[in-house]
Design a protein around this ligand. Structure first.
Ligand code: ZN
Ligand code: MN
Length: 475
């Protein structure tokens, strides 16, 4: 097939500011309907917008993290269209002078590296929300009207739905690491609109570009892009006419259906917002924003592999969110054993977090405490089994793991003479197994070790027990 998919993505993310983009109204969820509104954000005549500096900063922060340049002079434009949720009948957005532009991100899908160019990350305002009732009435709510919104647009560089999914997951992680957005798709804080068409680069032919809307989860984005690629291939093969249009995802029928013929930029009659002067970000300010950017998830993942010798899988899981990665690093340092710290954090610790509905930064158990527990296993004070047995209680209490171990008398028995005696008793109590081991059947040793562990409530040092038994049975 000479035609290759060419997919671009437009992502909108609500910014984590306390007030709206052009007025002082609070940004908060769960307020009473139309409770967070003023003349500016419901578009009353004569009301004047004042830009939110924090929102500008968050977009610059994101743009820099995506390798973008920051514009020297950035202008707001009016994007005109008529719809009830758009109070002013225009959205204040950006056009040819965005805040940031020209970045790249390097990713990997199924072991294949790919590069996505970021066309721009700009600033605009969100619209209100319409709710259509079953009795035919419609309600319009303006609490969301004027909430700062960042738009991140890629070049059409994706060639598969899998690449799109990888990018979205990484972008969500990035926005959360940067603290610029919750990026929760379910709450509408991150929304995504792909454009899809097929291109035959040699012949210079292309199918018309289709934009897909109404995509509420990563899985749906993946399915819709994948469906649309297939649909356009099918249309080519069957000489079906195609047109430039907006399609929506129908989740019941698992397909895209036509919504409207696509507006071009001309239809929006973009023109410079006369009530706002261009933003000219000072170099010094931009540099201070750049300096405040934390280590990004992709870099951190690579460092976890190179500095701690972790497997790729561990590194990916641990760096998925920043507080978890911080927790791991503190535990690794305190224990001096990164791989064990990784196992505990990804295993028992994560399990207890979800059992208690907590996060690494809210739970009682501090990473230093976990580090001490691991050190106690490594120096032979307790066995891994004992550590696992007390972990639920340890998670709730936190503090010094030695305290729980002392209280319960759980120190591992590493006293050789004491173990010798117990091993003698174990051999005596299991004559058949002992004979089998003497005859070279190593498997039989398990029964004798089990006897020792039972006698000592799991506190015997397993390494020592093995050594002693092997010696006594002449192996
Ligand atoms: Zn307002
Ligand atoms: Mn937009």
């Amino acid at each position: 097939m000479a035609y290759r998919p060419m997919v671009g993505l437009e992502v909108h993310a609500q910014l984590l500011t306390t007030s709206k983009m052009f007025c002082g109204c609070p940004v908060e969820f769960g307020s009473e309907p139309n409770g967070n509104c003023c003349p500016v954000c419901i578009g009353l005549p004569g009301a004047l917008p004042v830009p939110n500096k924090k929102a500008v900063e968050l977009v610059i922060r994101t743009g820099l993290a995506l390798g973008c340049q920051v514009g020297e002079s950035c202008r707001f434009y009016r994007k005109n269209y008529f719809y009830p949720d758009l109070a002013k009948n225009f959205q204040i957005s950006q056009y040819d002078e965005p805040l940031t532009f020209g970045g790249t991100i390097e990713l990997e899908a199924d072991g294949e590296p790919f590069t996505i160019r970021i066309r721009r990350a700009h600033l605009e305002e969100d619209t209100g929300k319409n709710t259509h009732l079953s009795d035919g009435r419609s309600l319009v709510e303006y609490n969301r009207s004027g909430v700062p919104l960042m738009e991140i647009v890629t070049e059409p560089d994706f060639t598969s739905a899998d690449q799109v999914r990888v990018y979205l997951l990484e972008l969500r992680r990035l926005l959360r690491y940067l603290g610029v957005s919750t990026a929760n798709m379910e709450e509408g804080a991150m929304r995504c609109e792909p454009t899809v068409n097929l291109v035959d680069r040699e012949a210079g032919n292309a199918t018309p570009k289709v934009e897909i809307k109404n995509l509420a989860s990563f899985r749906v984005v993946h399915d819709a892009v994948s469906y649309e690629i297939e649909r356009q291939h099918w249309c080519l093969e069957h000489d079906e006419p195609m047109r430039q249009e907006t399609r929506r995802w129908n989740s019941t029928e698992q397909k895209t259906t036509s919504m409207r013929v696509k507006e071009s930029a001309d239809d929006y009659m973009y023109f410079p917002e006369p009530d706002l002067v261009p933003i000219v970000p000072e170099a010094e300010w931009v540099e201070s924003i750049r300096a405040s950017i934390p280590e990004l998830p992709l870099q951190r993942r690579a460092r976890f592999v190179s500095a701690y010798g972790l497997p790729e899988y561990d590194a990916e899981v641990l760096t998925d969110n920043r507080v978890m990665a911080d927790y791991f690093e503190a535990a690794a340092e305190a224990s001096g054993d990164p791989k064990s710290a990784s196992n505990w954090v990804m295993g028992d610790f994560t399990y207890q977090l979800s059992e208690h509905g907590q996060t690494p930064d809210t739970c009682t158990l501090r990473p230093e405490d976990l580090g001490r527990l691991i050190a106690l296993i490594n120096d032979g004070t307790i066995s891994t089994k004992i550590a696992k047995d007390i972990f639920a209680e340890f998670f709730e209490r936190g503090g010094d793991p030695g305290a729980i171990i002392n209280e319960k008398g759980l120190e591992q028995i590493s006293d050789t003479s004491e173990l010798e005696a117990i091993c003698d008793a174990a051999i005596e109590a299991n004559p058949k197994a002992a004979d089998d081991v003497r005859a070279g059947k190593q498997k039989a040793l398990g029964a004798i070790v089990g006897f020792v562990m039972k006698e000592t409530r799991g506190q015997a040092n397993p390494g020592l027990v093995n050594e002693i038994l092997q010696r006594k049975l002449g192996q």
